[in-house]
Design a protein around this ligand. Structure first.
Ligand code: ADP
Ligand code: MG
Length: 328
């Protein structure tokens, strides 16, 4: 990183411009920043991404930056909050180039503008290992933070957007699927590289959801968290899970794929439960935010998640979901 004034030159050049509109960031010239608070507190979440694990080392730096922000924005949205800022810890390989850094900063800038967020601070280090980035994102909750706990028997289970595209996009980059149009391929890869956090819908979530979470490690595994923490059983119908046109085309050619999409990762959608009397409010919010919302099941007394197939019988799913520490 020589020739750019080292660590401090790098911060001043690439990161300080991203902080200039947030008074509490103090121009990234102090030891710490001041976050704007709210009466309901500040919803806080962190997500790290590692080259070779969450992105491919030769992915475009802009999309790495945007995915880094978006995976965190998705968590904030799932909590019914509106994101306002973040801090960034960046571990760059020593040979990172000014060109790479400039593109990375451009990606951050573009999504900051798109989502109305600002950089409040962070840390910058060099690493002998793969590039690693950690973002801690802050948001202000709506009525209250939407929790994983709170689902009650009788509630409906819902999900935003479509499921399985991100996982298919990653698979597509590794080995192209047969029978897809070029536009479908581009769509799936874009869903993997640049997820669409449901921020507008998320801001309304606290008005009707009884529980909610970010779907990032596989729909079924993530729903298990709601079931466990809420102390209920979730029963969902595999055929009701919304698929994109590209994913539906692949499922048509290989019906067994449908179940595998339920355990693929990288969806960055919101799964949530709604009391039946609030479904109309939920649908109105979805329309306003132009976000697709689909009812995929019901909450019952009991425990765990059951996925029913077309014949109404429970499917035996393998794969569970993504777990960084599971031996493979
Ligand atoms: P410290 O000595 O406490 O580690 P630094 O010298 O690393 O502080 O950081 C100086 C300022 O630059 C701080 O305001 C810090 O928040 C900010 N900063 C450092 N790295 C980053 C980064 N990657 N993104 C945003 N701000 C950063
Ligand atoms: Mg530091």
């Amino acid at each position: 990183m020589s020739g750019q004034g080292g660590e401090f030159g790098l911060i001043a050049r690439y990161f300080a411009p991203l902080a200039k509109s947030a008074p509490g960031a103090l121009g990234l010239l102090d030891d710490a920043a001041l976050l704007p608070t709210s009466r309901q507190g500040v919803v806080t979440t962190a997500d790290a991404i590692v080259a070779g694990v969450h992105f491919l080392p030769d992915d475009p730096p802009e999309t790495i930056a945007r995915k880094l922000l978006r995976v965190n924005l998705s968590d904030i949205a799932a909590k019914g909050a509106r994101a306002f800022g973040y801090v960034l810890t960046a571990a760059f390989p020593r040979d990172v180039t000014p060109r790479w850094l400039a593109a990375f900063a451009r990606g951050l800038k573009a999504d900051q503008a798109h989502f109305g967020i600002h950089l409040y601070g962070g840390d910058t280090v060099a690493t002998p290992g793969p590039a690693t980035f950690s973002v801690t994102m802050f948001g202000h909750p709506g009525k209250a933070m939407v929790r994983r706990a709170g689902a009650l028997p009788g509630d409906l289970v819902c999900v935003t957007g479509t499921i399985g595209d991100g996982g298919l996009g990653l698979a597509e980059l590794r080995a192209p699927h047969r029978g897809l149009s070029p536009a479908q391929r581009r769509f799936l890869v874009a869903r993997y590289r640049i997820p669409q956090p449901r921020t507008r819908f998320g801001e309304a979530l606290s008005r009707f959801a009884s529980s909610g979470l970010d779907v990032s490690d596989g729909l079924v595994q993530d729903l298990t968290h709601i079931a466990d923490v809420s102390g209920v059983r979730l029963v969902m119908r595999s055929e009701d899970v919304p698929l994109s046109a590209a994913a539906a085309a692949l499922v048509k050619a290989d019906p067994g794929l449908r179940a595998r999409l339920l355990t693929a990762g990288d969806d960055y959608e919101i799964a949530f439960t709604v009391p039946k009397r609030r479904l109309a409010a939920c649908k109105a919010a979805a329309l306003k935010a132009r976000t697709r919302v689909t009812v995929i099941g019901t909450v019952e007394a009991g425990q765990g998640v059951a996925v029913l197939g077309r014949d109404g019988k429970a499917l035996a799913l393998t794969g569970g979901g993504y777990d960084h520490f599971r031996s493979r």
